[in-house]
Design a protein around this ligand. Sequence first.
Ligand code: ZN
Length: 547
Amino acid sequence: MRNCIAILFAAIFFTSCSSADEADMILYNGKVYTVDSSFSITEAIAVKDGKIVAAGTSEELKKQFQAKEQIDLNGKFLFPGFIDAHAHFYRYGLGLRECDLVGTASWNEILQRLDAYAKTIPAGEWIIGRGWDQNDWDVKEFPINDSLNKRFPNNPVILTRVDGHAAIVNDYALQKAGVTASTKLVGGDVFVQNGKPTGVLIDNAIDLIGKIIPNANAAQAKEALLKAQQNCFAAGLTTIDDCGLDFEQVEHIEQAYKSGELKMRLYVMLSDAKKNYDYIFKRGMIKTERLNVRSFKVYADGALGSRGACLLQPYSDQKDHYGFLLRNPAHFDSVAAVIYQNKFQMCTHAIGDSGNRTILNIYGKYLKEKNDLRWRIEHAQVVNTNDFNLFGMYSIVPSVQPTHATSDMYWAEQRLGMERVKGAYAFNDLLKQNGWIPLGTDFPVEDIDPLKTFYAAVFRKDAKGWPAQGYQMENALTREATIRGMTIWAARSNFEENEKGSIEKGKLADFVLLDTDLMNASFEQILQAKVLKTICGGEVVYDGRKK
Ligand SMILES: [Zn+2]
């Protein structure tokens, strides 16, 4: 009997002892927004093997745990690592090697930047630029490629608009791709003037050029991924939805994980192409702690800026022009069928109210009623008043980008008119449908910075504080809803809410430490907010002090 009691005491002693001393990291003395179901706040976290083992007061955790790495949060503000539910991570990385045209104020400024860039690349190479927006210019019209032909007769040139839905190319690139004034195609346009292409291409016409640009090799891909990762960790991101990759690119990503250098968690949507369906249905879903591939990205229509978004009524600023679907509805129906059968997730880019209606109805045909399949509409940008309820009826997830609202607010009403614009960027109306909504940026269309997402969602103003009252404020989100959209709801849109998106025991130790309290700061303070540290899987992957 005495032996039994001794063993019992020993057992109690050892179990309490082992839970008392082992952690890899303790973060203490902070204001920790856990983003759990009651949005509770705590002070400290203990981490072991890349996961959260406890959250509580500094005193409790310091008593309970011993850890080599102790991080004093100095009263600063800790959130779950930010998740961008819609971006183009891989393409952003590749773009870091290209000529940056973001913020150019005129066609002339573009030419100046190209002249400087052309000096840095070998003769005859592709000159690839991205990020122009004619809405930022004095003359708000698409340019003509004469000056590109004159300057770069021996380099193919392609300059993509900021939204990726329009491009201007030189004649050399057109010739290489065999595009002429008589080229006709579905879901795209080749602009022609006086019987000659102007160089401006819309939507599917851009792909004719894109097809002949050589793909990045494994080394270039890895370099691009690591550069993108560095910037994204510095912005506080720990998971990114990469919307629309080919399977070869997924294989490049897997290689970069194997070498241990790529650490960013990625939720990859494969592009709508036969080779990708064949590949992944044969291989099956891919799921590790870093990589999750179980969905497809399909494009319904183009973008509002380039008037490619498909509308139910003509554009208010272009007579008889409706925009267009990029494929016919039978195509969307057939991919929905195959994705449904294989139990994958369908994520469809839809901007115009007609694009949205088409996809909502096709989704509805398969989903039939409330469900947990989490099929998504990416952007859900212009929705007809009569169609909002379809999101709730079929549990369709609207995946939206608040910075699109504040980038487009200057001209959206010209495109849509006073009435229709009320159903645009209607984030709060969309949130009400299912009670949750994932948020993203669509970078590199917008900046990678998730704090700009927060600012745009809550204040709906530009960086200069315009408009003073905010843009269509009935559709602003609360601070709490916005934080959830950037963390737990984004995780949920990826089927990952049980492993990330909040600071709770058992979840991945992904955090971002900010110098500003997002829940209380003024809009001016939020514009100045800085990321102090980013932690991914219990590892400090960005330290602002070591910049
Ligand atoms: Zn996108």
